[in-house]
Ligand binder design. Structure first.
Ligand code: HEM
Length: 485
């Protein structure tokens, strides 16, 4: 093999990579040392803004294979045939900590999946939890501020975490989930993924359905206790990255089975829970899981920065047959992600290899901007309509239209018969075994007892009492015992 020559960024050979050029031996450095200047300047520019949430993550390529016929519910081409395979890229993440944090922490995990379909990229940007803390996007920046570092102390503060939750009774369901046994997954391979929101599917006849996605891990659920996690963080802060990377390198390819819950659109209005409320699940007895296919991860990225740090997922990257529901949180997210990408990666982030469509080509009249590499074909016009056979619209809506009624205004989410902030949290508590309940109580009390203000503790206790009398009583006793210590 011929010896590789070290070059500058413009490709010229470098004579010396160990000694900078000076005016005489021992003299000051010469401005003409292009290699030195380039090296120092590039180094200063290595970092890009980290994601404002979900900063820490790990990625992998793989494929999705359809195993069951769902054409009755969606016309999406990548789901149109049993056996059809579509290339995918997934990024798993933790939420609250910054890039330099640790993996084995009590926190939801991101489950962001890109399907490179023949009709464009479809992004499903979910979590490992079926529900979320809040139901209106206007609360998201405040929520995240309360969970991340305090601007004065520079640390995550139990006072802030629980003060926000004291004012967000709708978070009780997700808190019960997070403080329970699944709150610290043993690895990214050993957890489920959920779309969490309700999405809309539309079939070839134009009929609309509402769906929820469930990716069930085929590795089995494995979680860590708070003590196990603390020990692991001390040994390997990158434990999830280590696990995923090594499993795929060994050829142990993790997989998940995708199921959906399907609700005919006409049933949404009278369902006992608001089907577009992200703090609620649809009990499987109401809408059973129906199998769709299998996600397999079989290839590590070659370069973490290029492919994982620069990966950009957006919940509004839909394909024909799949669309948004009126879930207010989802609607907020339809704006937030691409906006974050334009800030974090620039307007041409969709041209980066990991983000660009692979099974089709983007063809439109968007042009120019920083770092444009694909900027239209030679002699293409950059306006539309035109008389030169440029790309034109299909006139086929991606998903069915939804009827709406009422007045504009700042409305709270509509409440259905069984909707309150506590019923499903209580149901989740009552489903747990005695041991699980004890661990849940200990985890909640461990955090809540660190709060400095009694009124904030009282407000939170009221939420657990409202979910289930026994649940509330046990948390209250455990908090009191820890505070008396
Ligand atoms: C209104 C509520 C929300 C807002 C405004 C919001 C906003 C954001 C933003 C700005 C990012 C960083 C994107 C980037 O820089 O690439 C992000 C990342 C992420 N969010 Fe959200 N988010 C919300 C709720 C949710 C929910 C409910 C889920 C899950 C169901 C979720 C899952 C994720 C995931 C998985 C990532 C990481 C994506 C990746 O790996 O690149 N978010 N979110």
């Amino acid at each position: 093999m011929s010896k590789r020559v070290l070059t500058t960024e413009s490709g010229a050979p470098v004579a010396d990579n160990q000694n900078s050029a000076t005016a005489g031996v021992g003299g000051p450095i010469l401005l003409q040392d292009q290699h030195l200047l380039e090296k120092l300047a590039r180094f200063n520019r290595e970092r890009i803004p980290e994601r404002v949430v979900h900063a820490r993550g790990s990625g992998a390529y793989g494929y999705f294979e359809v195993t069951d016929d769902v054409t009755g519910f969606t016309k999406a081409d990548f789901l149109s045939q049993v056996g059809k395979r579509t290339e995918t890229f997934i990024r798993f993440s933790t939420v609250a900590d910054s890039l330099g944090g640790a993996d084995a922490v009590r926190d939801p995990r991101g489950f962001a999946l890109k399907f490179y379909t023949e009709e464009g990229n479809y992004d499903l940007v979910g979590n490992n939890t079926p529900v979320f803390f809040i139901k209106d996007p206007i609360k998201f920046p405040d929520f995240i501020h309360s969970q991340k570092r305090d601007p004065f102390t520079g640390k995550q503060e139990p006072d802030n975490v629980w003060d926000f939750w004291a004012h967000a009774p709708e978070a009780t369901h997700q808190i019960t989930w997070l403080m329970g046994d699944r709150g610290i997954p043993a690895s990214y391979r050993h957890m489920n993924g959920y779309g969490s929101h309700t999405y809309q599917w539309t079939n070839a006849q134009g009929e609309a359905f509402f769906v929820k996605y469930h990716f069930k891990t085929n590795q089995g659920i494995r979680s860590l206790s708070s003590d196990q996690a603390a020990e692991l963080v001390g040994k390997d802060a990158n434990s999830h990255q280590t696990d995923l990377l090594q499993a795929i390198e060994r050829g142990v390819n993790p997989s998940w089975t995708l199921y959906v819950q399907v609700m005919p659109a006409a049933e949404a209005a009278d369902y006992r829970f608001n089907p577009f409320d992200l703090t609620k699940v649809w009990p499987h007895s109401d809408y059973p899981l129906q199998r769709v296919g299998r996600l397999v991860l079989d290839r590590n990225p070659d370069n973490v920065f290029a492919e994982v740090e620069q990966a950009a997922f957006s919940p509004n990257n839909f394909v024909p047959g799949i669309g948004p529901s009126p879930d207010k949180m989802l609607q907020g997210r339809l704006f937030a992600y691409a906006d974050a990408h334009r800030y974090r990666l620039g307007v041409n982030h969709t041209q980066l290899a990991v983000n660009a469509p692979k099974a089709t080509e983007a063809d439109n009249y968007g042009r120019d901007g920083l770092m444009a590499t694909r900027n239209g074909r030679r002699s293409d016009k950059n306006y539309e309509p035109n008389s030169y056979a440029g790309p034109s619209q299909t006139d086929a809506a991606l998903s069915a239209p939804l009827a709406i009624a009422g007045w504009t205004g700042t409305h709270a989410a509509p409440s259905h018969v069984k909707d309150d902030d506590f019923f499903q949290a209580g149901e989740l508590y009552r489903l747990m075994s005695d041991d699980e309940k004890s661990r849940l109580i200990a985890n909640i009390a461990g955090g809540l007892s660190q709060v400095s203000r009694d009124d904030v503790i009282e407000k939170n206790l009221a939420h657990f009492h409202a979910a289930d009398a026994e649940y509330g009583k046990r948390v209250e006793e455990a908090v009191r015992a820890l505070r008396e210590d």
